[in-house]
Each structure stands twice: as structure tokens, then as C-alpha cells.
Design a binder for this molecule. Structure first.
Ligand SMILES: Cc1ncc(C[n+]2csc(CCOP(=O)(O)OP(=O)(O)O)c2C)c(N)n1
Length: 327
């Protein structure tokens, strides 16, 4: 292999302008290398687009389209429909941040899923609008400090809960939806592989730590992502046709403080009077996830029967109309 081939090996090559320790760059490299260059990538506006395509340069070694912030799923729907009309089955992948998924892109994502487009949507969730200066999104967890949810006399950071997007997406009864992080590569690989074997709309939610916005040591991105899982704050789950069909169980649960104390975005909780109550609240949210998904329970059985029954209906495994889905 000559050096030019070595350069071409990664779909997202080196030399882009991501911050050091960027979880989104790590996640995108993992996901796109697993899928490969024989796909069409649609990228919503956001950090990934900005740092990979600066002023007429591109780090992408695959067909790549930049959509606007709101409509990546609609652009991908059009690309997929055009390919289908030509009898081609090139995979179509959307990449977007949490702002482009949970907030401004949600309507187009819902439409893409509801119409049954054969597209994999990947959300790299860094839990705020990082590209524009760390503004809170509906994915920002409770009590986090962002530039638009500053802690002070009135509040302890963001007031509201992180939106439960995986449940919203799965409620469309789509063939496959899963959560993953950069900390568990074999798990991420298995989920990408599975998603690429399934026809119809698929969704992958990848937690991607951001050293700038989360204010943690750039060398600790993977550690922070692992702790998000080990505390129960970010459960690793799979859903098929609306039913949970897989969870990554925990050997033991870490207290949320272990996760929070590594990140400056939670620093005020350890300094302010009201902080202890917010930490208890975050612990209660983690505990609720542990119970909801049986993360510490070796005997939980998931509803694989219901998922496979539903799967028997419809075209390419995906129900084409409401009549094809049993209640
Ligand atoms: C309609 C519209 N509103 C606002 C913007 C400005 N804008 C560009 S990227 C961005 C934030 C992106 O956040 P996210 O999707 O979470 O991705 P990240 O940068 O965090 O990876 C915003 C607000 C825009 N481009 N278009």
C-alpha cells in the first residue's frame, strides 16, 4: 500500500480541525470506518461538518453532502428515494449533532422514519450546541452549566430534563434504534453492523463527550463516556419495532459523583449550597434508568417475541402501513 492509500483508509481522514479529545470526531471515525466509503453521507450543520470541511477542503473520503441544520433527514430521504428509483441500493447515512436531531432536525427525522426510508440516522450527542458556543439543547442534562443555562442565584444550571429521544424515535415502531458511546467500541461495532444489515429507517444515538463544552481533560473523553454508562445516566440499549430487545448490563453501578466531578460543567454542584440536592436528583435519574432497563438484573428478559412478531409484517421487514402492524 502506498502512502496515498494509507491516507484514504479512513472515511474521515486526519488533518481536520476537531479539538483534541473530541468525542464526536472519534465517534464519526469509528462509525464511518465501519460503514466504509461505499455510502452516501448527509451531514447536518454542526461541529462535525465545520471541522471536517473548512473552506473548500474536505476530510471526507466518501460521497458527502452538507444539508442545512434542520433538514438532514429530509435530504437523505430524497437521496434514498432517487437511488431507489434508479434501482440502486447504496447505503444512505445521516450524521447530525444533538441540536440537529433532538431539536431543529426532529420533525424531518420523524418524517423520514414514518415514511419508511431506508436510511441510517446517526446522532453524535455532545449534549449542547457546541459549534456555536455551548448553548443548551433539549439533550443537555439537568443541572448542566452552558452559556445559556448559567448557574447563579436563580438556578443550578439547566432547569429541564434531557429529552428521552430514543423512546420518541422507537415509538415510531421503526426496525432498529440503539444507543452507544465511544467508550465501548465492540458494542458500537455490533450495533453499526446490525443496523447496516436491516432495511428501513434505523437510528443510532452515540454519546460523544466534548472536552470544550463538558470542560473535562481532553485525555479523559473515553473515561467520561464510560462513566456515563456505568452510573446508569446513559444506558446502552437496543429497540426493535418499539420493544427493548437488548441492554448492556452493568457489573456494578458507579455513583453519579464519579461522572460529575470530572466535568467543569457540573462544578457548581460541588461548590453551591443547592448543589447537593441537584446531585441527588441526578442520582435518582440514574437509578430510574437502572430500574427501567434492568441494568443490574441478570435475569431480565426483553420482549424479543413481540419485536420478531412485528418484524414478520411489512416490506423489507418494515411495516408499510398501519394495517400491517399488529397492535
Ligand atoms: C436555522 C439555523 N439556526 C441556527 C443555526 C446556527 N447553528 C449552526 S450549528 C448550530 C449548533 C449545532 O449543534 P449540534 O447539532 O448539537 O451539533 P454540534 O455542533 O454540537 O456537534 C447552530 C445553532 C443554523 N445554522 N441554522
Amino acid at each position: 500500500m502506498d502512502t496515498r492509500d494509507a491516507f484514504r483508509h479512513n472515511v474521515l481522514t486526519s488533518g481536520h480541525r476537531a479539538c483534541s479529545g473530541c468525542g464526536e470526531a472519534m465517534a464519526a471515525r469509528m462509525v464511518t470506518d465501519l460503514i466504509g466509503p461505499e455510502a452516501i453521507y448527509v451531514n447536518a450543520t454542526g461541529c462535525l461538518q465545520v471541522f471536517s470541511t473548512h473552506n473548500q477542503q474536505s476530510a471526507w473520503q466518501a460521497p458527502w453532502i452538507h444539508s442545512v441544520f434542520a433538514n438532514a433527514a429530509a435530504v437523505a430521504s430524497g437521496v434514498e428515494a432517487a437511488l431507489r428509483a434508479r434501482g440502486e441500493d447504496t447505503p444512505v447515512i445521516v450524521q447530525a449533532g444533538d441540536g440537529g436531531t433532538f431539536d431543529i432536525g426532529l420533525q424531518c427525522l420523524s418524517g423520514m422514519i414514518e415514511r419508511g426510508h431506508d436510511v441510517l440516522f446517526v446522532c453524535y450527542d455532545n449534549e449542547a450546541y457546541m459549534n456555536t458556543g455551548v448553548q443548551r439543547s433539549s439533550s443537555t442534562p439537568h443541572a448542566v452549566r452552558t452559556t445559556t443555562s448559567p448557574p447563579g442565584r436563580v438556578s443550578e444550571g439547566k432547569h429541564h430534563l434531557k429529552k428521552d429521544l430514543i423512546s420518541i424515535v422507537a415509538a415510531h415502531r421503526m426496525p432498529y434504534a440503539a444507543t452507544a458511546t465511544v467508550a465501548y467500541f465492540p458494542d458500537l461495532r455490533a450495533k453499526v453492523d446490525k443496523a447496516m444489515r436491516i432495511k428501513g429507517p434505523r437510528f443510532l444515538h452515540v454519546l460523544s463527550p466534548c472536552p470544550l463544552g463538558w470542560d473535562h481533560d481532553a485525555a479523559l473523553s473515553v473515561t467520561v463516556a464510560r462513566l456515563a454508562v456505568e452510573t446508569g445516566l446513559f444506558p446502552l440499549i437496543e429497540l426493535e419495532y418499539g420493544a427493548v430487545t437488548g441492554v448492556t448490563r452493568l457489573a456494578r453501578q458507579q455513583p453519579v459523583e464519579e461522572y460529575l466531578k470530572l466535568q467543569g460543567r457540573f462544578k457548581h454542584l460541588f461548590a453551591d449550597k443547592g448543589g447537593a440536592e441537584e446531585i441527588r436528583h441526578l442520582q435518582a435519574l440514574a437509578d430510574a434508568n437502572i430500574r427501567r432497563y434492568g441494568l443490574l438484573d441478570a435475569n431480565t428478559e426483553w420482549d424479543t417475541d413481540r419485536a420478531s412478531q412485528t418484524q414478520r409484517h411489512g416490506r423489507g421487514g418494515y411495516a408499510a402501513s398501519s394495517r400491517e402492524v399488529s397492535p
